[in-house]
Ligand binder design. Structure first.
Ligand SMILES: *Cc1c(COP(=O)(O)O)cnc(C)c1O
Length: 234
């Protein structure tokens, strides 16, 4: 134990180590290279101090859901030069410029119009950003994400972009639909690949189901609660 750090610092570092071990074990169990699964630590609603602690424990990729919150934290943590921000929440088009200026990976591209806005802002600001198409795999009305059939059109709308690389697919299956949802997303990815697309990334799996997601080919798992504990009320 490090007496100069608060208890929460030790527990974040310990929980991170546990999650890394579980990722490695799940990858090996499925015959995959553990390095092919990257951990995005989801820090929404947790203070910047928690991110600093995780960074000190070697974590570099952090996921945020709200544009304002990501920007404020990016500002507070600008000295952490190796930190990569992942936008994992729904993005309104009028916030596209701010997301492009800060995020390294956007997991929630879900329309041609939003893709167009990202592309314009990335080009003007000479940024290169990786984007994953969020697919609504469980057919829920309330969820963001495009219909499976629209993924192809979103991809082709950005096929000539020098600024936005469509790198893969992302999904948040409905409760109780994780297995089927992950499988549908992986199948869609295989289908698009067979048509010539390069889509190396699959962003699936959260605290409760990331080991299952690794079995379906997750290359990014997005884990919040199991690292940072319960989220404070907003
Ligand atoms: C909050 C959130 C997560 C993390 O969820 P946990 O259950 O806390 O691990 C992952 N992905 C998205 C899109 C989220 O909004």
């Amino acid at each position: 134990m490090n007496a100069t750090l608060p208890d929460s610092a030790n527990s974040i570092a310990e929980r991170l180590a546990t999650i890394r071990d579980r990722i490695t074990a799940a990858a090996q169990q499925h015959g995959r290279d553990p390095h092919s699964v990257r951990l995005v630590a989801v820090s929404k609603r947790h203070p910047s101090a928690a991110i600093r602690t995780a960074y000190a424990a070697g974590q570099r990729d952090f996921g945020e859901n709200y544009v304002q919150e990501m920007l404020a934290k990016a500002d507070e943590l600008s000295d952490l030069t190796e930190l990569r921000w992942h936008m994992i929440g729904h993005v309104q088009r009028n916030k596209a410029a701010r997301v492009i200026a800060t995020a390294d990976v956007i997991h929630t591209l879900d329309s041609i119009k939003l893709g167009g806005a990202f592309d314009r802002h990335a080009e003007t600001s000479a940024r290169r950003v990786s984007a994953l198409i969020e697919v609504n795999v469980s057919g829920e009305d309330s969820k963001s994400g495009c219909l499976p059939d629209q993924a192809r059109e979103i991809m082709s709308s950005l096929s000539t972009s020098d600024s936005i690389t469509v790198a893969g697919l992302m999904a948040i299956p409905a409760a109780g639909d994780a297995h089927a949802g992950f499988e549908r997303l992986a199948k869609l990815r295989d289908e698009l690949r067979s048509e010539g697309a390069e889509l190396p990334e699959l962003s699936i799996g959260m605290s409760g189901d990331f080991e299952t997601a690794i079995g379906y080919g997750a290359t990014y798992v997005r884990i919040g609660t199991a690292i940072f504990g319960p989220r404070p009320a907003s």
